[in-house]
Each structure stands twice: as C-alpha cells, then as structure tokens.
Design a protein around this ligand. Structure first.
Ligand SMILES: [Zn+2]
Ligand SMILES: [Zn+2]
Length: 369
C-alpha cells in the first residue's frame, strides 16, 4: 500500500529487489499501527511521497545475503522484528551510543516508512507483503509461537521501557504519573510496574474509561478521569504533598499536561515529554517550578535496542496479558480503515492497539501481471 498524498493510500506492485551479500528481504507477517501512522496518513510528518508506510514490521527472513546473515545472526526462515531507524553507525550521535538519534543524512530522517518509493528498491515500509532489509537494519529474533498481534507490540512496549525505564529512570518505590492511557501510556504502566514503582497514577479523559480500566489491570494503582478530578490535588494527596518522582506525558495534541507536569513532579523529579502536540505552544508553562524543584525535563522520541530487547523478552515470557490491549486486526488491503480506526474516526469502534496482518502472506514472490 502506497501513500501518494495526504489521506490517500493505494495498492501498487513493485518488482522484488535482487538481494546482495549484505542485504535481505522480509516476508511481512504483520505491521503494528501507532499514532505516528495516523500523523503520516494526515500528511503532517515530513515524509517525501509516495511512500510505503509501516514502521513496526514483524516477519520472516525470505532471503538473506551471507554477510547480512552473519552480522544480524539470523537465517532464512527466522521470525524477526525490525527497528525502524536506519542509522549510519559512524556519526557523532551513533558513536556516542545514541544510534536511535542518528542524523548522518542531516536533512532527512532515514527510517523504514520514511524513504520514498523513488529510492531504490522502493520497498521501504511494512504496509506490504515484502520489505527490503537495508544493510543498516537492526533485527531482533522473536519466538515463532507468539501470536502476530502480540509480537508486533514490541514497538509500543519498547517505548514504555525506553520512556519510563531508561529515560524516566523509574525505580523501586517511585511514584509515577502517566498522562494519556493510549498504547504508549499502557506500555509505560507495564514498564513502571516491572521497575517496581509503588504508585502508578494514570490520567485520561472520560472517553478513556476502558483504557483506564486496562491500565489498572496492568498495575496502575490509581486512575483519574481529568474531566472529573483535579490531577495535581489527587497526586499531592497520594504522595503526602511530595509530588511524583517521574511524570510522563504521552497525551497527544493536548498542551495542558505539559504545563501541569511541572506541578505534578516533586523535588528532583523527572518529567518525560513524549506526546507530540502539533507544534503548538504551551500556555501557563511556569519554568520557575522546574528551577525551584530542580526538575529534569527530558524529551523522548525513539526507542533504543536495549528497550526493544526488554519488550521482546516480556512478550516472549507471556507474563502480561497483552492481548487485552489489542483491539483490531486488518488485512493489508484495509490499511486505511486500520489507521482511521486507531485515530478514532470510525464511530462505535474504540481502538487501543491495531495491526495489519498478512494472513495469506505468500511463501514466494508474486509475479507482476
Ligand atoms: Zn509506531
Ligand atoms: Zn549516525
């Protein structure tokens, strides 16, 4: 499926590439869909069109060159997930261990789902039957017995481990506030509980009732509907006016939580900003609160390999009921419906986690007709 314009997806056929010694070809089994897919569909991301979207791939190695097989430690037929970012490995950021922020190509973001079809071999996204595996790819093997819709959760869960664990530094006994109970927020709940947080407080809107219930099943100790409750007062009460150790904003578009995060955090606390707001300014942002409490304010965008690995380990262990978060499967041909369902555009459908599944993904390349 190729995005040719904002809100336009169409089916197209491409020739399969010839695979060299340091490349591979993935037979896509499923692709997770997140808020970024909705933004990409709307056309608000800086992506050159036409493009094959899909940055959360799960699949089987269909073809692989000898050098790639050695470097990635995989063989033909292995089931893998693929990190979206294609980092150079040699720039200042990559060399300092921040490969997920690679900016070798200065102007544009090199990642699956972001490379236009004009760039050979076109198959840069997972809304497809096959995806090209570039030499810069980072792959992780995943147990073939895990259901596809659960396996693709390596992406939201990886974000939880990165944002709550690695960036937020959640520790045993901490109080964590998570604003926004979508798939990323729920993943942060899971990661915060794994890290041993004592209080996990999740906020959402009255329309998020089901998600807040799910947050409780994943370990949230308190959930608040901010249409009914004053979150700052509630957190003050729970913490005996100390405030939270870690505050994570994963709400999208709403800017009030950003200003509020400074009141929610306690002395020496950490605020993790991971929800994008459509480049809106934040009113009532009182920076003195950050000074007086010596807060750390940290933006969060990507996911590291270590966080992906933690997510995959949790998925394979099967210790958390991730299926409960998964709400919708769609075939590839219904990619548009999948995006619109996650975006809440389809009346009567409350989506949390959606994915595309190629149930009949062909074992061999399909000839163009
Ligand atoms: Zn995503
Ligand atoms: Zn780099």
């Amino acid at each position: 499926m190729v995005q040719t314009a904002p809100r336009v997806l169409e089916a197209r056929r491409f020739e399969l590439p010839r695979i060299g010694p340091d490349e591979g070809l993935l037979r896509v089994e499923a692709c997770g869909i997140c808020g970024s897919d909705c933004e990409q569909f709307e056309g608000v991301l800086p992506v050159e069109l036409p493009v094959v979207p899909g940055h959360e791939p799960l699949g089987f190695i269909e073809e692989i060159g000898d050098e790639a097989a050695k470097r990635w430690g995989v063989r033909k037929g292995d089931r893998v997930v693929v990190e979206a970012i294609l980092s150079c490995g040699g720039c200042r950021l990559c060399r300092s261990g921040r490969r997920h922020l690679c900016q070798a190509d200065g102007k544009r973001f090199c990642a699956y789902a972001y490379m236009p079809v004009s760039e050979s071999p076109s198959l840069w996204g997972a809304y497809a039957e096959f995806m090209y595996l570039d030499p810069r790819s980072v792959l992780h093997k995943i147990d073939p017995s895990v259901p596809a819709e659960t396996a693709v959760m390596y992406n939201p869960l990886g974000a939880g481990f990165r944002w709550a664990g690695e960036i937020g530094g959640v520790q045993e006994g901490d109080t964590v506030v998570i604003m926004g109970p979508g798939q990323r927020g729920l993943a942060c709940v899971i990661a915060a509980r794994e890290a041993g947080a004592e209080h996990i407080i999740v906020s959402g809107l009255s329309s998020d009732a089901r998600k807040l219930e799910l947050a409780e099943s994943y370990g949230a100790t308190h959930t608040f509907d901010v249409d009914e409750h004053h979150l700052v007062d509630e957190v003050a009460e729970i913490t005996g006016h100390r405030g939270a150790d870690v505050v994570i904003d994963v709400s999208s578009y709403a800017v009030a939580p950003v200003a509020q995060s400074l009141s929610l955090a306690g002395r020496g606390g950490t605020v993790v900003l991971a929800g994008v707001k459509g480049m809106k300014e934040v009113p009532a942002f009182v920076s003195d609160l950050a000074v007086h409490k010596e807060l750390t304010i940290h933006g969060a965008l990507g996911v590291t390999s270590s966080a992906f690995r933690a997510a995959i380990d949790l998925i394979e262990a099967g210790s958390v009921n991730l299926e409960a978060m998964h709400t919708h499967n769609f075939p590839l041909s219904q990619a548009e419906l999948a995006i619109r369902t996650l975006a809440g555009e389809i009346e009567g459908e409350e989506a949390i986690h959606c994915c595309l599944i190629n149930s009949e993904s062909p074992p061999h390349p399909v000839e163009d007709t």
